[in-house]
Write a protein that binds this ligand. Structure first.
Ligand code: PLP
Length: 339
C-alpha cells in the first residue's frame, strides 16, 4: 500500500511475518457453532511477540529519522505494550524509559515481579513507577526533558502505540490476512483497548474492500462508545492521510460486557476461555486481553450471534507473559478443586 501522505517511511522490519493463520478444529467442534480460525499475532517474535510490534515498526522508523536515542512510553505494571517497546528499543540499540502506572488494586508479589515486568528488566528498560490515576502524559514529558538535558533525543510513544502512524501496522495485517485464504472471513474478532489495532483493521478492510464485520471486545473499564469513538478518529486519520477519502462512515463495533469488575481483574468467563483454549488447542491466551476477548467470542457464539456456516477469525493479539503473573488462578489447588 502507498502510505506516502501519512509517512514516506518504510517500517523498520523487526517482526516475524506473516504470522500463522489456521483453523481451530477442536474449539469449533466443542462450541458447535461457526467455524473458528485464529491469526497468531502473539507470534510476531520480538520480545515474545504481540500486537504492539507491528505498530512499533512504524514508530521506530520515525524515531530513527529524528535520530532518537531513547524510546519512552507508559502503561500499567503488566503492560505488554511497555514490554514490546523495551524489546524493540533493545533490538534497535536505543535506551528505553517506561512510566509505569500501578493501577491494579490488591496486586500480589507475583504480579509485581513476574511476567512483563521481568522481561522489561531483561530488556534493559529503566522505570518510573507512579500511583494509579497519576498524570502519565506529564510524567512522560518530564522524562523526555531529562533525556534532553542529558544530551539525548527522546521519542515519546503514545500509550498502546495507538497513533495513526502506529495503526498502519494493522492496515498491513488486514492485507496479510486477506492474502492468506482464498475466501473472506465473515467476522474478525479481537481484544480492543487503546484502539490502534481495531482502527488499523477497520481502515485496512475498507481500503482493500473486504466485506468483513470487525468486532472489538472492550477490555478497558471505559465505556465501549468512548473506545469506538477513539477508534473511528484514528481510522479516519489513517484513511485521510493515505489519500483515501471515504464517503461512508465506517462501521466500528465495540462490545461491552466482558471486562468484569475492572481492567486486569479476572472474570469467570476469562478463566473458562483460557482453560478451554489450553485444553482443546494447546494455545495460551492471557488473562487481561485475549482471555476476555475469547470469553466474549464464546458467549456470542452461545447467544447465536453467528450463523453456523459463517467463518470467524480470532486475532490473537498476544499477552502471554502476563499469564505468568496470574499463576494462582491455575494453581494446583484451584485446578484440583475444579476437576
Ligand atoms: C495492547 C493489547 C491489546 C489491545 O490493542 P489496542 O491496539 O491497544 O486496542 C489487545 N491484546 C493484547 C494482548 C494487548 O497487549
Amino acid at each position: 500500500m502507498n502510505y506516502e501522505k501519512l509517512t514516506h517511511r518504510e517500517p523498520v522490519l523487526l517482526a516475524h511475518l506473516p504470522t500463522p493463520l489456521y483453523r481451530l478444529d477442536r474449539l469449533s467442534e466443542v462450541l458447535g457453532g461457526p467455524e473458528i480460525w485464529i491469526k497468531r499475532d502473539d507470534a510476531t517474535g520480538v520480545g515474545m511477540g504481540g500486537n504492539k510490534v507491528r505498530k512499533l515498526q512504524y514508530l521506530l522508523a520515525e524515531a530513527r529519522e529524528q535520530s532518537a536515542t531513547a524510546l519512552l512510553t507508559a502503561g500499567p505494571l503488566q503492560s505488554n505494550h511497555c514490554r514490546q517497546t523495551a524489546a524493540v528499543a533493545a533490538a534497535a540499540g536505543l535506551d528505553c524509559i517506561l512510566v509505569i502506572e500501578d493501577r491494579v488494586r490488591d496486586a500480589d508479589a507475583l504480579y509485581r515481579t513476574n511476567g512483563n515486568l521481568l522481561l522489561d528488566r531483561l530488556f534493559g528498560a529503566r522505570f518510573v513507577v507512579l500511583d494509579g490515576g497519576a498524570n502519565l502524559e506529564a510524567a512522560l514529558e518530564q522524562q523526555a526533558r531529562k533525556v534532553r538535558e542529558q544530551g539525548g533525543v527522546p521519542y515519546v510513544i503514545p500509550v498502546g502505540a495507538s497513533s495513526a502512524l502506529g495503526a498502519l501496522g494493522y492496515v498491513d495485517c488486514a492485507a496479510e490476512i486477506a492474502g492468506q485464504t482464498d475466501f473472506t472471513f465473515d467476522h474478525w474478532i479481537h481484544a480492543t483497548g487503546s484502539g490502534g489495532t481495531q482502527a488499523g483493521l477497520v481502515a485496512g478492510a475498507e481500503w482493500h474492500h473486504l466485506n468483513v464485520q470487525i468486532l472489538g471486545i472492550n477490555i478497558l473499564d471505559v465505556p465501549a462508545a468512548q473506545v469506538a469513538h477513539r477508534i473511528r478518529t484514528i481510522a479516519d486519520e489513517v484513511l485521510l492521510n493515505a489519500g483515501h477519502v471515504s464517503t461512508e462512515k465506517h462501521d466500528v463495533t465495540v462490545l461491552d460486557g466482558y471486562v468484569g469488575e475492572a481492567f486486569g481483574k479476572p472474570t469467570e468467563g476469562m478463566i473458562e476461555a483460557v482453560s478451554l483454549l489450553g485444553r482443546t488447542e494447546g494455545l495460551v491466551l492471557d488473562p487481561v486481553h485475549t482471555g476476555k476477548a475469547m470469553a466474549g467470542l464464546i458467549d456470542q457464539v452461545r447467544k447465536g450471534r453467528f450463523a453456523s456456516g459463517e467463518r470467524l477469525l480470532f486475532i490473537h493479539t498476544g499477552g502471554l507473559p502476563s499469564t505468568f503473573a496470574y499463576a494462582p488462578l491455575w494453581s494446583l489447588e484451584a485446578v484440583t478443586t475444579n476437576f
